[in-house]
Design a protein around this ligand. Structure first.
Ligand SMILES: Nc1ncnc2c1ncn2[C@@H]1O[C@H](COP(=O)(O)OP(=O)(O)OP(=O)(O)O)[C@@H](O)[C@H]1O
Length: 674
């Protein structure tokens, strides 16, 4: 199968021509399956949608991405790393809002019962109609070049049926106003409620794609996997849908560990689980995936970041909410310094992380020409969040959210503190004590208990939690004889013998506040897959020779050791070089199969191995070894120890291939080896 060119949008490298063949996802998938990066879980039983196993190459690539992430964030920023349980108490997720609100909308084919995720269905159908419109316009203008691809399926529950469920794009020209409306809906597709999606389905006459049957109204489906903890069935739990709650429930200990000081950040890398309605697009929407999440705690009155100056010149591609609201997707490129100064990005800490996310993606080999930061629109954002940006990466599936970066305000810590009555706040001594008048409620608990019985506690809590305005109103109602206190939907009558509200002078020596949380949340699988797409290309001379240009930092194996023949004489040297590379910290593999050297190189190009060391009979007599670079296929030669030292410095990123060329002479016998 023909392998694709690397980045169709990027300029060709001066030394390697990477755009010789048309891009083909099927070719990449062929290589990923052949070289066992990953495959569908339980494949021999027919597979389960949304679950994947990583093979030796995939597992190593993922481990290297995670190691780079730990270095870039946890070590560089001195974050406090956590490893909390996957099994989560239902109470925790009830408090965080997940039990009630962590849901997507699904609708059903009213005749055959097939399930669709409502927003994805609307998106797929409108995209297909726009594609059909494009075809019709091209046909009208006589410019049709080749048949357009069908838009990817929605609702496919497994690989076997996926093929059948394409949403067909018929070449039908749309009215200009309809076209504009479709584009505007697509630009805001993450933004609709269930009822709104229902209206869109009706308005645009969307039917079940395969059967043309009517669809049900969208209904909510909670994405969490529910279970019981222990044999009694009394303790309900869920597999966590994110790692964040594990940070928040440990906040008091983390703060103590950090000597009571804010700002600081906790970080966690681990699996999360979401029972996605319709997993699709390989690793991009799965039911079990690795997340790497940071919770950075800041003073709500000071969201500046002490290292902001280090990144303020970094230029980022932004898609702000204003542009999206007008139905457009134009990118604004500006420095993060300007973006924060103009107020487009809410604060320095959020801006600092956007820049650091971009630098991380660049470091591991993501093509930054295919990265953008998309701001959430008001309805799309959780009600408590003050600003939120997604780092999106363009793949053959379109733009994909790979990192969410939100200012979650004080929401999570506040709700957990309220629910558990544990203090999840920070105290800082005031330079000058603060003296002021404050309304304070005094509760007559002996009278409240008998009066309200089992409701008494809730009534007391409602009064204690009142702010000054509410207490002011309570005070004046009580002065008039009685007051009403609301608990949920119920109202309770309070009289002055039960509660008094008095103005008192208070002196504060400490400031107490609940920190705000800025949360960068990474989906490692989505980054992993995007990186593979961005790295894949084919040799100009042979479309079947695919190459994965993974940077040495994350490549599964850094060096290949290739003996020129499997002669017994070379075997001890192969072992010696292998040992030396290992002790230099370079992950190396030996390929002493009987395949030709060229074939062995080609195999390793598909594994993304950046360097190959070739041992021949001159290695025995002269102690030399050649060094081949994957992308250019150019070769150098030198004494074995020197070549190993060059590989180590290449892998550490201290030098690039040009640096290596300064340290070792070019090898001219390449043709003989190939
Ligand atoms: N089902 C999934 N499969 C793979 N990665 C996921 C999945 N859901 C979320 N992620 C990853 O976790 C990150 C943080 O999760 P977050 O809750 O912000 O995602 P989300 O907004 O629910 O994603 P989406 O809108 O695509 O469902 C995402 O940016 C993404 O990289």
């Amino acid at each position: 199968m023909a392998a694709p060119a690397r980045n169709p949008d990027a300029p060709a490298s001066p030394t390697v021509k990477k755009d010789a063949h048309e891009w083909s996802r099927a070719a990449l998938e062929g290589v990923l399956a052949k070289r066992f990066f990953y495959n569908q879980a339980f494949e021999i039983y027919g597979g389960v949608a949304g679950l994947y196993d990583y093979g030796p190459t995939g597992a190593a690539l993922q481990a290297n991405i995670i190691a780079a992430w730990r270095n870039h964030f946890i070590l560089e920023e001195e974050m406090l790393e956590l490893d909390t349980t996957i099994m989560t108490l239902s109470d925790v997720l009830k408090t965080s809002g997940h039990v009630d609100k962590f849901a997507d909308f699904m609708c059903k084919d009213l005749k055959n019962g097939e399930i669709f995720r409502a927003d994805h269905l609307v998106e797929g159908v409108l995209e297909a109609r726009l594609k059909g419109d494009e075809q019709a316009r091209e046909a009208e203008a006589g410019t049709t070049s080749k048949p357009k691809e069908e838009v990817a399926a929605e609702g496919s529950e497994d690989k076997k049926t996926a093929k059948k469920k394409k949403i067909k794009s018929a070449a039908v020209k749309l009215d200009d106003a309809v076209k504009a409306e479709y584009e505007s809906v697509l630009a805001q597709i993450d933004n609709y409620t269930g009822a709104e999606l229902g209206q869109l389905i009706k308005k645009f006459a969307i039917k079940s794609p395969e059967t043309g049957n009517e669809l049900s109204e969208p209904v909510e489906f909670n994405l969490m996997f529910e279970t019981q903890i222990g044999p009694t069935g009394y303790v309900k739990g869920y597999l966590r849908p994110e790692t964040a709650q594990g940070h928040f429930v440990n906040f008091a200990r983390l703060l103590d560990f950090n000597n009571g000081r804010v700002p600081f950040a906790s970080a966690h890398i681990g699996k999360s689980f979401r029972n996605e309605i319709s997993p699709r697009a390989g690793l991009l929407r799965v039911r079990e995936f690795v997340m790497a999440e940071i919770e950075h705690y800041v003073d709500p009155l000071d969201k500046n970041h002490e290292r902001f100056d280090e990144v303020k010149q970094v230029k980022l591609p932004f898609l702000p909410k204003g542009i999206q609201q007008s139905g457009k997707t134009d990118i604004t490129t500006t420095t993060i310094g300007e973006a924060v100064a103009s107020g487009m990005v809410d604060n320095q800490t959020l801006g600092y992380f956007l820049a650091r996310i971009y630098l991380f993606l660049q470091k591991i080999g993501i093509d930054t020409q295919r990265v953008r930061f998309r701001q959430h629109m008001a309805n799309e954002m959780a009600h408590y969040a003050s600003d939120c940006w997604d780092a999106e990466i363009k793949t053959s599936y379109g733009w994909v959210e790979c990192v969410g970066c939100a200012d979650r305000s004080a929401y999570d810590l506040t709700v957990h503190s309220k629910r558990t009555h544990k203090e999840l706040h920070v105290q800082v001594p005031l330079k000058e004590p603060k003296v002021y008048d404050k309304l304070i409620p005094e509760l007559n608990r002996k009278a409240l208990g008998p009066k309200f019985k089992k409701e008494a506690k809730a009534v007391e809590e409602a009064i204690v939690e009142m702010d000054q305005d509410a207490l002011g109103s309570l005070q004046s109602q009580l002065q008039n004889g009685s007051a009403k206190v609301k608990v949920g939907s119920q109202e309770y009558e309070i009289t002055p013998d039960l509660v008094k509200v008095e103005l008192k002078v208070v002196k504060e020596t400490v400031r107490t506040y609940t920190p705000n949380v800025i949360e960068p949340s990474f989906g490692i699988g989505r980054i992993f897959y995007s990186l593979l797409e961005h790295s894949f290309w084919a040799r100009e001379e042979d479309a079947d020779r695919g190459v994965l240009s993974l940077p040495p930092l994350v490549a599964p194996f850094k060096a290949l050791i290739v003996p020129i023949s499997n002669s017994k004489e070379l075997a001890p040297l192969v072992k010696q070089v292998s040992r030396k590379l290992r002790s230099a910290g370079v992950a190396a593999r030996v390929d002493d199969s009987s395949a030709t050297i060229g074939r062995r190189y080609a195999r390793n190009d598909e594994l993304g191995t950046p360097f190959a060391c070739t041992l021949d009979f001159a290695s025995l007599s002269k102690g030399t070894m050649t060094l081949r670079e994957r992308d250019t296929t150019s070769q150098l030669i030198g004494p074995i120890d020197e070549v190993i030292s060059v590989i180590r410095t290449l892998c550490d990123g201290e030098i690039d291939w040009q640096g290596a060329q300064k340290r070792l002479p070019a090898y001219s016998g390449q043709q003989a080896l190939d």
